[in-house]
Design a protein around this ligand. Structure first.
Ligand code: ADP
Ligand code: MG
Length: 641
């Protein structure tokens, strides 16, 4: 039978897109392979479904697979599948026109894309699909036979406006796409696609988890033997991809070892995952996800250039590693895979940032990770402890940025406290232990547990048996300002504002005003004398042992926070604090008497300086002029020996 070859024209928009491909400067030319494999995989999916629905369909589905053949001599690369195939009309309709969902958009953008950069962007943005073959081939031949039909179709084009179609009598069922490769040009990112090694590594990189076998012909050579047998060369088909799309399998069908192996593979990790989170969502935004919480924090968790994010797949085709858009930054330790159902294979980062679907997925993943941590906290306390030690500091960043999940974040957080040296506490546990009449959650924030425990601010709380949270992570200074309360209880710093420990207070109102009167003169004078350092001097209710301490206003910036902000390059107004005196301390009482009897004595001014300096040192602060302080102190000491 003579072939009847028909020449047809591409639809206008298709022609434009083809033109872009043929003259492409797009650097990721390798992606043609992933597009063709993705089409083949879709075709196999379709055939399996069709055979299932239509029992009369006469097809063999026992060995569905994809095959890649390299012909070095002819410089061709063929991607073959025994999937659903296409009729002649389908070939013309699907391949000859732009059958994309986003056609209107593509059309507009094609009109606008006048220069190379714009077209590169365009290729990057839209599913480039079958036409991407023309980035690497100057002629493409497609031979296809639809499942259940006897005749086949050959389609051929140089990507220049026209293509030919011809009926063919016999061809294997399915589709074979043969690329007549352009010459290698590494400067143009055009690699040697006749290299078995190159193709193999591209398959591994982009299509490893395709659930159908991708086979390649390999030559096996067995050397000549001494007893005279000649060298033998056999050709064998080898499966290149692992096909292990674990995220598509139900949890109870996958072993822990498989999950662990997979985690190590995709996260490039060496530890075992602490938690495996398989997810499947149906409905408007269909996706499957498999997330892991590692058991060890990577060394670069707090470095700017760390690789974070999960892998993004679209229908089992690898799209990108480190997709940051799928989880908030405070969950950057989570590893895994998200496989979305309805997304362009060539989706770009710019698109991802805007995409409604990505945003919806991100919300769901976030909630799921947090609820998993909550479950772990309830059911596996030891694992939760490990988690908190490794990632607690990162998770708390969420208190600054994720208002929607604030309550959940507070619930799964735990903190060191004066209640126990070893066991951290949750806020709920703290609230349960609160004393009668206590209506605030007290905390101290600073650099180390030791420093906080010995700070004068804690004295009265210790003396009166109030539990105080000891917050020592840099982020603590910030979130405590943004989270006003937990369970209706205000968070109150022991070093800020006025504290009301009146439930325990021994001094009565009358005694109190008596003291105020006795000290009025001293307080006034100190305020003036130390006006370079403090804005107010008052009597304290929080001191039992130390003579004095420094307090920040309720809404003021603590020195530690100021240091942090300064370190991150922000300018912070320097803020004066409040000096609080312990009227029961001999030094303060003595100072009051000395001031009453010899008010003008310059020695008293030095005592005031020393008092201020001591208060600063006691809380772990740094003196403005350490040499002056040391001089004054040495002089005093000399007089006492
Ligand atoms: P997309 O895959 O996003 O639809 P493509 O340009 O990759 O876009 O492919 C266009 C259409 O051509 C596909 O939707 C499919 O119907 C058809 N097609 C492409 N390759 C094959 C194949 N190997 N087997 C069957 N149909 C195919
Ligand atoms: Mg495609």
């Amino acid at each position: 039978m003579t072939e009847h070859v028909e020449q047809l024209e591409f639809q206008a928009e298709a022609r434009q897109l083809l033109n872009l491909m043929v003259h492409s400067v797009y650097s990721n030319k390798d992606s043609f392979l992933r597009e063709l494999i993705s089409n083949a995989s879709d075709a196999l999916d379709k055939l399996r479904l069709e055979a299932f629905r239509n029992k009369d369909l006469d097809v063999d589905t026992s060995d569905l697979h994809i095959e890649i053949d390299i012909d070095k001599a002819a410089r061709t690369l063929t991607i073959r599948d025994n999937g659903i195939g296409m009729t002649r009309n389908e070939v013309v309709g699907l391949i000859g026109t732009l059958a994309k969902s986003g056609t209107a958009e593509v059309r507009q953008q094609l009109k606008d894309a006048q220069n190379a950069a714009a077209s590169e962007e365009l290729i990057g943005q839209f599913g480039i699909g079958f036409y991407s073959s023309f980035m690497v081939a100057d002629k493409v031949t497609l031979l296809t036979r639809k499942a259940g039909e006897s005749s086949a179709t050959r389609w051929e084009s140089r990507g220049e406006g026209t293509y030919t179609v011809a009926g063919v009598d016999d061809a294997p069922q399915g589709t074979a796409v043969t690329l007549h490769l352009k010459p290698e040009d590494t400067e143009d990112e055009l690699h040697d696609y006749t290299s078995e090694w190159k193709i193999r590594s591209l398959v591994k990189q982009y299509s490893d988890f395709i659930s159908w076998p991708i086979r390649m012909q390999v030559e096996r050579r067995s050397p000549a033997t001494e007893d005279g047998r000649e060298e033998q060369v056999t050709i064998e088909a080898e499966t290149v991809n692992s096909m292990k799309a674990l995220w598509t399998r139900p949890k109870d069908e996958v072993s822990q070892e498989e999950y662990t192996e997979f985690y190590k593979h995709i996260a490039h990790a060496w530890d075992d995952p602490l938690e495996v989170i398989p997810m499947k969502a149906e409905g408007t935004f269909e996706y499957q996800a498999l997330l892991f919480i590692p058991s060890h924090a990577p060394f670069d968790l707090f470095q700017q250039d760390a690789r974070v994010g999960v892998q993004l797949y679209v229908r089992r085709v690898f799209i990108m590693a480190d997709c940051e858009e799928l989880l908030p930054p405070y969950l950057r330790f989570v590893k895994g895979v998200v496989d979305a159902a309805d997304m362009s294979l060539n989706v770009s980062r710019e698109i991802l940032q805007q995409d409604r679907q990505i945003k919806a997925i991100r919300r769901r993943l976030t909630k799921r990770v947090l609820s998993t941590i909550a479950d772990m906290q309830k059911e596996r306390p030891a694992d939760y402890r490990t988690f908190w030690v490794q990632f607690g500091r990162v998770l708390k960043e969420g208190l600054l940025s994720d208002a929607d999940n604030k309550d959940m974040l507070l619930a799964v957080s735990s903190f060191a406290s004066t209640h126990s040296d070893e066991e951290p506490t949750t806020l709920a546990q703290y609230v349960e232990r609160m004393k009668d009449g206590q209506d605030q959650i007290f905390y101290a924030a600073g650099e180390s547990r030791q420093q906080l425990l010995s700070s004068p601010h804690l004295e009265a709380f210790k003396a009166n048996g109030y539990e105080v949270l000891l917050l020592t992570d840099p982020v603590d200074e910030v979130w405590v300002d943004m989270v006003p309360e937990f369970d209706g209880k205000r968070l109150q710093s022991v070093a800020k504002g006025e504290v009301d420990l009146s439930a325990e207070e021994e001094t009565s109102e009358a005694e109190r005003s008596q003291l105020e009167q006795e000290f009025a003169g001293l307080l006034e004078w100190l305020k003036e004398t130390l006006s370079d350092h403090v804005k107010e001097v008052r009597l304290s209710t929080r001191l039992t042992e130390s003579p004095a301490c420094l307090i920040t206003d309720s809404f003021g910036i603590t020195p530690a926070l100021a240091r942090m902000l300064a370190a991150s390059g922000q300018t912070v107004p320097s803020e004066k604090r409040i000096l609080e005196l312990n009227p029961g301390h001999p030094l303060i009482a003595g100072l009051r008497d000395a001031f009453a009897s010899r008010g003008g004595d310059p020695g008293l001014t030095e005592t005031a300086e020393l008092l201020y300096g001591t208060a600063l040192l006691a809380e772990g602060g740094t003196l403005d002029d350490p040499a002056k302080f040391a001089g004054l102190l040495a002089e005093r000491l000399a007089r006492t020996i």
